[in-house]
Design a protein around this ligand. Structure first.
Ligand code: GAP
Length: 453
């Protein structure tokens, strides 16, 4: 019997217990909403990024990769509109000294009476809203003068736009073509929170797709479907995803149209990724501010400023969605089991190799040699610590899809058991075929075993 019992607290607790994610600088009391990734978190996050880059570049001919600097010439952010407009309205409460986003008070709690929203009690004493720029400032060099002020990038996208000409010339592309980038972004969010959902330092995976202007609407619709398909391909249940088109008054300053792919997080339906039709805003702005014309000139002399379709997702937020969607609790033989039913290509560890009895030399030597063979191609774990049931339980909680157990029968007939994380089915395999079996199992189409409700 399974139940969709996931809550954000359970995810936070599992992530910590199993070493996926820890609060950052914890021994100094932490730093509000900053997190560090442990071993399994790094592996799973790397898998999310690898699947994205694979889908964007390896599986297509029209998109190339880029890794631009985090600190760019500050004029980039003047041209992009971030210096003037990347702001949130902020209010302070003079009574409880807390700070809130003025446009999100209905989701905030009053500092004195948490059942109320800020401004709802007689004690609340809110200031007038002020615009607060979300970009982190720093200085180049030692002088800390205004002239040296630079910003940590609040999105990876602008590093792509300012490289448009390089890629056009050097990668010899013609529209439609795209540039994909994964990297850290920084926003001084007024109200970060909900674990990895909103932090001040996070990773983005963004792709800017440059198209002839009259094809923009078609490619916008195309990329909404493509990105939706990517999440379901890697195991998010379709019923937990929806597309929400922005109303005109919600659109960012650069956007002609935006659709959010929303996921049903434990905090409710929330943005997972945005797909925007940015028109020619960015290339035109950077052409004007830099004096370098960013346009496409065809072989017959036709010239135009391409329009841009941008699928922009968050790595950490995507990982959170994969964890939430995979989390399951069930009762097996009267014992509760917590299991992460992650897609095998997202799971941090692909298989565990477990000698049934850690003191049995024959079992151990066969298990070690199987492990040494498998680890050449995949992230696999060798575990001989404790009762077999506890070892299975540990692998279930980190989402390892397969476990190979070397038992009494192995020295007799050279077979091992393979246990399937989701069905708990066990079968025997010749030890010599385990490598090929695993290769095949990781390639097989995979369906989430949980109800899509
Ligand atoms: N270039 C467009 C852009 O940056 P965005 O909607 O502001 O658009 C894209 O960000 C994605 O980045 C979001 O859908 C979300 O997944 C992720 N993201 C944005 N702010 C974040 C934050 N403070 N913490 C974690 N992820 C964030």
């Amino acid at each position: 019997m399974t139940a969709d019992a996931v809550t954000m607290d359970k995810i936070v607790s599992l992530a910590r217990r199993r070493g996926f994610v820890f609060p950052s600088s914890e021994i100094y009391g932490g730093l509000g909403s900053a997190y560090d990734y442990g071993h399994y978190g790094v592996l799973a996050k790397n898998n999310v990024k690898a699947r994205w880059l694979e889908a964007m570049t390896q599986e297509r001919d029209d998109i190339v990769a880029l890794d631009s600097a985090i600190i760019l010439n500050p004029r980039v952010w003047e041209a992009s509109g971030h210096v003037a407009g990347f702001t949130d309205p902020l209010v302070d409460c003079r009574t409880c000294k807390l700070r809130f986003r003025a446009d999100d008070l209905e989701n905030a709690q009053c500092g004195r009476k948490p059942s109320k929203h800020p401004g709802e009690t007689d004690e609340c004493n809110l200031t007038e809203p002020r615009r607060f720029n979300l970009m982190f400032e720093t200085h180049l060099g030692p002088m800390h003068e205004t002239a040296d002020k630079v910003y940590l990038r609040p999105e990876t996208a602008q590093g792509i736009f300012v490289n448009f000409k390089n890629v056009l010339q050097l990668a010899r592309r013609t529209p439609p073509f795209g540039i994909a980038q994964i990297g850290k972004s920084f926003r001084n969010e007024i109200t970060p929170g909900n674990f990895l959902f909103r932090t001040r330092e996070f990773e983005q995976m963004e792709m800017e797709y440059f198209v002839p202007p009259d094809e923009a609407d078609r490619w916008y619709a195309y990329w909404v479907e493509e990105r939706l398909g990517w999440y379901t391909r890697y195991g998010i249940r379709p019923g937990h995803l929806r597309v929400r088109e922005h109303d005109a008054d919600e659109l960012s300053h650069y956007s002609k149209a935006t659709s959010d792919i929303e996921y049903l997080f434990p905090i409710g339906w929330s943005e997972l990724e945005g797909i925007a039709n940015r028109g020619d805003f960015d290339l035109t702005q950077h052409s004007e501010h830099s004096g370098t014309k960013l346009e496409y000139v065809g072989p017959d002399g036709e010239r135009y400023t391409p329009h841009v379709i941008e699928p922009a997702g968050g790595v950490d937020r995507a990982l959170l969605a994969f964890l939430v969607d995979a989390y399951d609790e069930e009762v097996v033989a009267e014992r509760e089991r917590v299991v992460l039913r992650l897609h095998p290509r997202i799971a941090p560890v692909k298989a565990a190799v477990l000698p049934l009895i850690a003191r049995d030399e024959q079992m151990v030597s066969r298990a070690r040699s199987l492990y040494e063979d498998l680890r050449r191609r995949h992230v696999v774990e060798y575990d001989d610590g404790g009762a077999i049931g506890r070892r299975y339980r540990r692998q279930d909680e980190i989402g390892t899809p397969f476990a190979f157990t070397i038992d009494e029968q192995t020295p007799v007939d050279d077979t091992v058991t393979v246990r399937d994380r989701d069905s708990l089915a066990q079968e025997r395999l010749p030890i010599g075929s385990v490598g090929a079996w695993l290769e095949d199992a990781l390639e097989r189409p995979w369906q989430p075993p949980k109800d899509d409700a």
